[in-house]
Design a protein around this ligand. Structure first.
Ligand SMILES: Nc1ncnc2c1ncn2[C@@H]1O[C@H](COP(=O)(O)OP(=O)(O)OP(=O)(O)O)[C@@H](O)[C@H]1O
Ligand code: SF4
Ligand SMILES: [Mg+2]
Length: 335
């Protein structure tokens, strides 16, 4: 997270711009029959240089698909990805992009090969992109990366399976840093870790950001996890972005009924505020993205839904400076 002075300098320089991004998966729904699963459906946002954008929403709402499509690990069905002012489309722009933008995965158990040493895991991207001229340079770089993430250099020849979850995630982060990236998609990097070490790993992300000038898309289920690290927070529901604002604004003045329900579930440290904060229980379950409701995707669970909500998709609009939300009834609900 940036401090106030840094914010004013960087505020107006987007590093990542995503416009009308769509990712549909073709799913078999019977013999010789397929249907489009709209995992991400017309999502637009920007991430400023040095910023952390938190991305939250229930399981299956499309967070990972946004991250992976944005990195071109999945081919977008539609929309544009602009990185540092350049559209990512040609093979050559993609190759360069791969050294600038990378990902840290959720599960440090399955994302690291247990039969490889820490040295070889971290050096893999260095080898792929031919970033080191000699064995000695490769070794020096790996030791430097281990130092960045607080791993003991004496452990370089050990195997991934010998480490705890928190340490494995540090190995995963060192590997992501190997290409000297500017931008990292952090896909629930602490969800699989014990609560007791989540804060340490989040603090490490924060420190690395300051030290290396990184920009993050930080994905989490939990609003509490993203609150401290995020400058702004985006909320997704069923493949759509429903709200985006400064982190404090999302907490203090959520506008969309879905965000309000998420905030109402976050435990508050202040007992007076906690008493006043009534938990909003939503109707029913999240629908399958194969059978998304017409109009507003949230309407089957929304306490404010009217007939008009079934007719058209509300526009994702700027309600006040930098605060975007997609709901037909924002003014009535928030007056
Ligand atoms: N490779 C794939 N093939 C087919 N469907 C997919 C694929 N990846 C994701 N999906 C579907 O797309 C939707 C969005 O999935 P995604 O993994 O992006 O959600 P998520 O918000 O990251 O969920 P979680 O919080 O559980 O990680 C889900 O319905 C999922 O089943
Ligand atoms: S558009 Fe309608 S259904 Fe959707 S969030 Fe707003 S009030 Fe609820
Ligand atoms: Mg995910």
């Amino acid at each position: 997270m940036r401090n106030e002075t840094e914010m004013t300098d960087m505020e107006r320089t987007p590093l990542v711009e995503v416009r009308h991004l769509k990712k549909y998966f073709q799913i078999n729904v019977g013999a010789f029959k397929t249907a489009a699963l709209k995992a991400v459906d017309d999502v637009s946002f920007s991430i400023m240089k040095g910023e952390t954008l938190g991305l939250v929403g229930e399981s299956g709402c499309g967070k990972t698909t946004v991250g992976r499509t944005l990195l071109q690990l999945y081919k977008p069905t539609g929309g544009e990805i602009i990185y540092d002012g350049k559209k990512i489309e040609s093979k050559s722009s993609l190759k360069e992009f791969r050294t600038k933008a990378t990902i840290v995965f959720q599960d440090p158990y399955s994302s690291l090969n247990p039969r490889m040493t820490v040295m070889d895991i971290i050096a893999e991207p260095l080898d792929v992109h031919k970033l080191c001229k000699s064995k000695e340079e490769r070794r020096e770089r790996v030791l430097q990366l281990m130092d960045y993430v607080g791993l003991n250099s004496e452990h370089a020849s050990r195997y991934a399976h010998e480490f705890s979850g928190g340490q494995r995630q540090r190995i995963g982060i060192a590997r992501a840093l190997a290409v000297n990236p500017e931008f990292i998609v952090c896909d629930e990097p602490v969800s699989a870790l014990d609560v007791s070490i989540q804060a340490q790993v989040i603090n490490m992300f924060d420190e690395l950001q300051d030290k290396l000038g990184l920009t993050y898309l930080f994905i989490a289920h939990d609003l509490l996890v993203v609150r401290h690290i995020s400058d702004r927070i985006a909320v997704m529901y069923l493949g759509k972005m429903v709200e985006l604002a400064e982190a404090a604004e999302i907490y203090d003045r959520p506008l969309h009924p879905y965000t309000k329900s998420l905030i109402s579930a976050v435990p508050l440290p202040d007992p007076e505020k906690a008493r006043a904060n009534k938990r909003i229980i939503l109707n029913g379950d999240i629908p399958s993205p194969l059978k998304a409701p017409s109009g507003c995707p949230f309407r089957t669970r929304c306490h404010y839904a009217t007939e008009a909500c079934a007719e058209s998709m509300p526009e994702f609009r700027e309600v006040s400076k930098g605060h975007f939300a997609a709901c037909h009834r924002l003014e009535e609900i928030n007056s």
